[in-house]
Ligand binder design. Structure first.
Ligand SMILES: Cc1cc2nc3c(=O)[nH]c(=O)nc-3n(C[C@H](O)[C@H](O)[C@H](O)COP(=O)(O)OP(=O)(O)OC[C@H]3O[C@@H](n4cnc5c(N)ncnc54)[C@H](O)[C@@H]3O)c2cc1C
Length: 481
């Protein structure tokens, strides 16, 4: 990239202001800080400016300007990503392009069961728009009040509803994209069938802003479930959880299994310690527990009856030692609160080393047994906080320092611990990033775990769609030096 003079930069910023207006080009440390710092506040990058367009046309004009000046662009939605994908590097030569002002719901089509929304709409806004039309947009994340649909698509976000509805990719029918050269691709087709060559939509989904900028999307809507039933079941092992999962899928009558979430006993202990006001049902001392949710178009009695019947059968077959079905919505909310408080409880306990991994479902038990043993052997006393969307094969497999040890010294072992975990993931043909993407955090690690052919194909796609390497450089896959 050619060095820009101060005069070039001033001229560039002037042109940006002409596109979006004075107020929407932010410069200066104070104005830019929140856009430059990642969600977990571990890292602050540097940038020439924050650009805040309000329309697709303005995005296209800004990208064209950046191309002309060879200025790198970091697209940003709600900045809730967890892998340093939405913040710039330290060079200070990139701009952050915030999509938050592209926040219009463009159209709801109830016959096609779709909603067309702009990329900067908050996920919660899309959920509420669907609900206002008596439909469901099922994507659900703990960050839904601040993440955007553009960010969800760009990270192919997962969340708690994947088991029944799939991840974000499965919820999207069409995209509008500003390409890396500044052209607008209108792919806003609400088609469920379209076999007309390479699927460009699927290239941009999950690309973490490295190929172009998503400006709008056509999303699928679903009937709203009329009722839910929730239960907690105690379990002696992860394999027992998997046996129960299989049993419920085979015997769950007409109700959809919409969540199956694993929580280790130690995760529950942490929630109890740090959030003593959250009520935890007494299920006896067992190493694991699962949260099970059924949803249905039938009445609450029908869905609760279906869950009761399948859990009763599981008890009789001795698949589970104990279970409790929520007796009302408040108790159901309490069950979910336990699950959703684990991350915060672990944070309150102290800094830890997180892994968001996926393993073929049938191997999860073996993976945990083997990897726990390897970690204990190399880092004696380390505490495993294991929980996650086990029905999707997705584990949050987090490692905390031994009790009464130096957390800082433990954190210095992060690379060695990652290596043990990721090598084990690779042995089970799993993925080192199930939900959060690669960003800048894992883009070096991935070189070890994808084959040279796969990396080469990814680099070819990047080179073809972003030949000047201006779209979020240094994230996902870096070009060869
Ligand atoms: C409390 C909490 C809970 C979470 N739970 C989950 C979870 O259950 N499942 C899960 O998958 N994730 C989860 N996340 C991670 C995060 O919320 C998701 O990755 C979310 O999809 C990011 O959306 P965002 O708008 O904040 O994107 P950002 O963080 O702003 O950006 C994420 C990436 O997408 C790119 N990007 C953003 N917008 C665009 C666009 N319009 N066009 C092109 N590229 C773009 C950015 O450059 C960056 O690489 C959680 C995060 C938090 C803080």
């Amino acid at each position: 990239m050619n060095e820009l003079t101060e005069q070039d930069i001033e001229q560039f910023l002037l042109q940006c202001r002409q596109v979006v207006g004075e107020t929407f080009v932010l410069t200066g440390d104070d104005a830019m800080r929140s856009y430059l710092t990642d969600y977990r506040q571990r890292y602050t990058g540097s940038a020439l400016a924050i650009l805040k367009p309000a329309t697709t046309q303005q995005v296209a004009e800004l990208v064209t300007l950046c191309n002309h000046c060879q200025i790198a662009i970091v697209p940003q939605g709600g900045n809730t990503g967890l892998v340093l994908g939405s913040v710039p590097d330290q060079s200070g030569r990139a701009v952050v392009l915030s999509l938050l002002r592209l926040n219009q719901i463009r159209q709801t089509d109830l016959v096609n069961d779709t909603i067309t929304v702009e990329a900067g709409c908050l996920l919660q806004q899309v959920q509420q728009a669907a609900q206002a039309a008596d439909r469901l947009f099922p994507l659900s994340l703990a960050s839904e009040g601040s993440c955007t649909i553009g960010g969800n698509l760009s990270t192919n976000a997962g969340g708690t509803a994947v088991l029944h509805y799939g991840n974000t990719r499965a919820l999207c029918l069409g995209l509008e994209v500003v390409t890396a050269s500044g052209q607008i691709w209108d792919g806003l087709r609400g088609l469920r069938k379209d076999n007309t060559g390479y699927d460009l939509r699927d290239l941009y989904i999950g690309a973490e802003g490295t190929l172009g900028i998503i400006t709008a999307a056509v999303l699928k809507l679903f009937p709203r479930p009329a009722s839910y039933a929730t239960a907690l079941a105690a379990l002696p092992s992860v394999d027992a959880a998997l046996a129960l999962f299989h049993f419920i899928r085979s015997n769950g009558k007409d109700c959809a299994l919409s969540a199956f979430e694993l929580m280790s006993a130690y995760s529950l202990t942490l929630v109890q310690q740090h959030f003593p006001t959250i009520r935890q049902p007494q299920l006896g001392a067992h190493p694991y527990c699962v949260l099970i949710e059924f949803s249905s178009q039938e009445t609450a009695e029908v869905v609760t009856g279906a869950l009761e019947s399948v859990l009763h059968a599981a008890l009789q077959k001795q698949l589970i030692p104990d279970a409790l079905i929520a007796s009302n919505l408040t108790q159901s909310g309490e069950f979910w609160q336990i699950r959703e408080s684990i991350s915060e409880a672990q944070k309150a306990e102290g800094k830890n080393i997180k892994h968001d991994i996926s393993i073929p479902i049938s191997d999860i038990g073996h993976f945990i047994t083997q990897t726990d043993a390897l970690l204990e052997q190399q880092f004696p006393g380390c505490r495993m906080v294991t929980f996650g969307h086990i029905g999707d094969g997705n584990l949050h497999y987090n490692v905390s320092a031994p009790i009464n040890s130096s957390v800082d010294a433990f954190l210095r072992e992060q690379n060695a611990i990652n290596r043990v975990v990721y090598d084990s993931v690779a042995r089970f043909s799993g993925s080192i990033s199930a939900e959060h993407g690669l960003g800048a955090l894992k883009c070096d690690d991935i070189l070890r775990y994808k084959s040279p052919v796969e990396i080469q194909l990814m680099r070819s796609i990047k080179q073809a769609l972003d030949p000047n390497n201006l779209m979020n450089p240094g994230k996902v896959v870096k070009p060869l030096p």
